[in-house]
Design a protein around this ligand. Structure first.
Ligand code: SAH
Length: 329
């Protein structure tokens, strides 16, 4: 028997070690090059507003195939070569398989398994669909008491527990019988550590992921295999396990650590403000009409509320007293 977060960590480590995750799901940078370009330009404007520190670390957490960073660097090179020259690339990636793929695209990067070994320096961090892969715990309200979910032989087992630790930014009062509260210690630890860095070094961090802006009870654990939902407790390492990101709890964690919090904002609002459709229009005009329509549809997929535009959020952190960040003003 294993606590759910331990099971999820093991399942995802096995999954990312042996599968090409992009056969099972697609992410914004794989949908359109403009996504990475927008984040690159965001980082460039932030770098300037930090006073153009040189050197500066450009850090990505969970870079996948490296697509986002390749697109970001191309846009940075074109728009702000001085930033390209000043930046040192650091990637946080646990999967040896994906590190190999990333090294082909980004040979001058340095790799880390977590934030702790990233050198202390001014930094700009980007993370798309990283936090949703980090393991969660689930607590179930049972009458006046609480139980925690463990996994044994492909099934959930409930074990009596105390109330969940500071559940999702709120109290446990009024949570109905049988309801589930999720608690993500790993993503809080990660975001808290980033926030602490930003207190001691100038910088900013941008997290894009899916989840509600306001914490709410519910079971958000999901598994995808070949693009289809499947049993999260099925064969270990055969499906990608994710959970909704609790943005309110992460914003709280960052504030407590002393960072300034921007957002969360719906991803569609954020990307549209950064110029997603203008840039897509420029690229589309250079294409054959059929390609142009596909490019505009790809941008719409990221931005439209009933597609990825609303469920996905952008949350940024910055050093205390940083003025408004691009897209959040
Ligand atoms: N950002 C990419 C990939 C998202 S998939 C994109 O948008 O396409 C999640 C990424 O996070 C993968 O690269 C995965 O290997 C990495 N990852 C998952 N859990 C991790 C952990 N605990 N530590 C470091 N990297 C992790």
């Amino acid at each position: 028997m294993e606590r759910l977060d331990a099971f999820m960590a093991r399942a995802n480590a096995a999954y990312y070690a042996k599968h090409d995750p992009f056969a099972d799901f697609t992410t914004a940078p794989e949908i359109t090059q403009v996504f990475g370009e927008m984040l690159g330009l965001w980082a460039a404007v932030v770098w300037q507003s930090l006073g153009a520190p040189d050197p500066v670390l450009l850090v990505e957490a969970g870079p996948g195939r490296g697509t986002l960073m390749v697109d970001a660097l191309r846009a940075i090179e074109r728009a702000m070569p001085a930033f390209r020259a000043a930046l040192r690339l650091h990637l946080i990636e646990s999967s040896p398989r994906l590190r190999e793929q990333q090294a082909k695209m980004l040979p001058d990067a340095q790799w880390h398994t977590g934030l702790a070994t990233v050198p202390p320096a001014p930094l700009i961090l980007l993370a798309n669909e990283f936090l949703d892969a980090l393991p969660i715990r689930q607590f179930v309200r049972r009458g006046d008491a609480w139980a925690e979910r463990f996994v044994a032989d492909g099934r959930f087992v409930e074990v009596a527990s105390s109330a969940p630790p500071r559940p999702n930014g709120g109290g446990t009062f009024g949570v109905p019988d049988g309801a589930i509260l999720e608690y993500n210690a790993s993503s809080r630890d990660f975001v808290g550590a980033v926030a602490q860095r930003l207190v001691t070094h100038p910088g900013a961090a941008l997290f894009l992921d899916y989840g509600p802006a306001v914490s709410a009870p519910g079971d958000s654990l999901q598994a995808l295999r070949a693009g289809q939902p499947t049993d999260p407790l099925g064969p270990l390492g055969e499906a990608d396990l994710t959970a909704h990101v609790d943005f309110a709890a992460l914003a709280d964690t960052a504030r407590v650590a002393g960072a300034t919090v921007h957002g969360p904002l719906p991803q569609g609002v954020f990307l549209t403000r950064l110029g997603l459709f203008q840039r897509t229009g420029v690229l589309a005009r250079r294409q054959a009409p059929a390609r142009a329509a596909a490019m505009i549809d790809a941008a719409s997929r990221l931005a439209e509320p009933d597609r990825m535009g609303r469920l996905f959020k952008a949350l940024a952190l910055s050093s205390p007293l940083t003025k408004a960040l691009p897209g959040f003003a």
